[in-house]
Design a binder for this molecule. Structure first.
Ligand code: GLN
Length: 489
């Protein structure tokens, strides 16, 4: 049996019944990495020795995978903008190419405490800005379904590695869709939790009022398992919610969805390709067969969400990225240069052009003369968008839409039409603007065989309902089982 192909919940049973050891699983994973990673480039750092050490220790003590320990011995990867004390954290940038933090992000610490085995750090668009994975300083990650297609972004490495069975699950970050969009492009499950549900301590922030960390997994059940492990209040993150009783997300999985009210905002369908549209309509029919009440609805402010998102995220990115220059994050010796020279040189050379573009737009929007017309205006419209979504989510339990208007595209297509490609984030950014949870799951394939993702967006802290609806769909279809791809030929 090829262990690397299994899901977390499948290997859990095998490890607990002692049919296999954690080392057996890890060796299978490392073998797979050895075999295909050179075609995919999904990792920036891999630490085989320390992973093998951890697996060996777990096999000696053999903690059982009982309640709360579902991840003991499970190999996973983390997007390389999340701090890890034992491995560098580069944000896929030249600026931080040699940078190491001396602490673990809260999510990494939680997973370590629960016995999960960190195999490596995953590639991304530099500083998590982008939708294709192409702006990494290191290398381009490829889509495992078709190597000439992008894996999506910014969590492209996190999605490609899970889709190609190089790790059992991964963590990504989502500011405007960076978990859900690559999950859709690579045919896996990706969830952006409610703002504040998962601690961001140790994450290199992009836009602090939008960022969330979340899981990328092979199926919905694994998503619930990983979510259980990473949620919880954290005093080190001021946006982390307090006094909330975190449910066991697995308990929602097998609930009946009869009577669930699902709305389909027509505005989020209109720019989708025919393939994508048809599959969303098919998914809607499927939900009706499962007993849900599905209706068309309207999200009138939808057309403002992309411009508002780009203004707010750029403004916040400009201020978050202001601290990066090569005196704080020293990567080379600049001794003869003055402070100003080092500042200019390191920012000129250390940031990708995509990052500089965001910083410039952000600073322009924040400038005293422009602030009221741009930034302030955007925050007001953001509040209206949030209100409209809250109202819609009173009428409906969930909103269903495509995750992306098209399937994975060719390399270099974004640069050609940058302004237009921003529109591709229209389905994903509303959840960030309103702080809502949203999940992307596979819902079919395009005519040329590439995965299509559908998004379910829910009420604040409504992850349970999302998982319930996603699981009901997944378990009555087999899109998530269809495996790949360019790597097997
Ligand atoms: N594509 C979006 C952007 O470039 C998403 C980024 C993200 O979610 N980190 O802003």
């Amino acid at each position: 049996m090829e262990l690397y192909k299994l899901t977390v919940h499948e290997v859990r049973d095998l490890i607990d019944s002692k049919a296999i050891s954690s080392s057996d699983l890890l060796k299978s994973i490392l073998g797979r990495i050895n075999e295909v990673e050179n075609k995919l480039n999904s990792f920036i750092t891999i630490d085989t020795d320390s992973a093998l050490d951890q697996a060996k220790k777990l096999d000696e003590t053999r903690p059982q995978g009982k309640q709360g320990l579902d991840l003991v011995g499970i190999p996973y990867g983390v997007k390389d903008n999340i701090s890890t004390k034992d491995m560098p954290t580069s944000c896929a940038s030249k600026m931080l190419r040699n940078y190491r933090t001396n602490y673990d992000a809260t999510v990494v610490k939680k997973l370590r405490d629960k016995g999960a085995i960190l195999v490596g750090k995953l590639n991304l668009d530099s500083f998590a800005i982008g939708s294709s994975g192409e702006t990494s300083y290191f290398t381009n990650t490829k889509n495992p379904w078709r190597l000439n297609k992008v894996p999506g972004g910014s969590s492209g490495g996190s999605a490609a590695a899970v889709a190609a069975d190089l790790i059992m699950f991964s963590l990504g970050t989502d500011t405007g869709g960076s978990i859900r969009q690559p999950a859709a492009f690579c045919g896996i499950v990706g969830m952006k939790p409610t703002y504040g549900l998962v601690s961001r301590y140790g994450l290199f922030p992009l836009a602090s009022s939008l960022d969330q960390i979340g899981p990328l997994t092979k199926d919905v059940r694994d998503c619930a398992i990983v979510l259980n492990a990473i949620t919880g209040h954290d005093q080190k993150d001021s946006s982390s919610i307090d006094k909330y009783s975190y449910p066991d997300y697995r308990s929602f999985l097998f609930k009946d969805i009869k009577g669930l009210r699902i709305g389909i905002p027509q505005e989020l369908l209109k720019d989708a390709s025919l393939d994508v549209k048809n599959h969303i309509k098919k998914a809607a029919k499927h939900y009706v067969e499962l007993g849900a009440k599905v209706e068309e609805t309207s999200f009138k402010l939808s057309k403002y969400s992309v411009p508002v998102y780009f203004l707010i995220s750029s403004a916040e990115a400009a201020s978050n990225l202001a601290r990066f220059y090569d005196i704080n994050y020293k990567s080379e010796d600049h001794s003869p240069l003055s402070f100003d020279e080092i500042y200019i040189k390191s920012r000129t050379e250390g940031f990708a052009s995509s990052v500089k573009r965001r910083i410039m737009i952000g600073n322009l929007a924040l400038e005293a003369n422009n602030y009221e017309d741009y930034y302030l205006q955007a925050t007001k419209i953001r509040a209206m968008i949030r209100k409209e979504l809250e109202k819609l989510l009173k009428d409906f339990d969930l909103l269903l839409s495509p995750t992306t208007p098209s399937v994975a595209f060719n390399f270099s297509s974004m640069e050609k039409d940058l302004l237009n490609t921003y529109k591709w984030d229209a389905s994903t950014v509303p959840a960030n603007l309103a702080g809502l949870p949203a999940i992307s799951i596979p819902c079919g394939f395009s005519n040329d065989g590439l995965p299509i993702g559908m998004q379910l967006m829910g009420r604040p802290y409504g992850e349970g309902t999302l998982l319930m609806a996603a699981h009901a769909f997944e378990q009555s279809t087999d899109y998530h089982k269809k495996r790949l791809h360019a790597l097997e030929v």
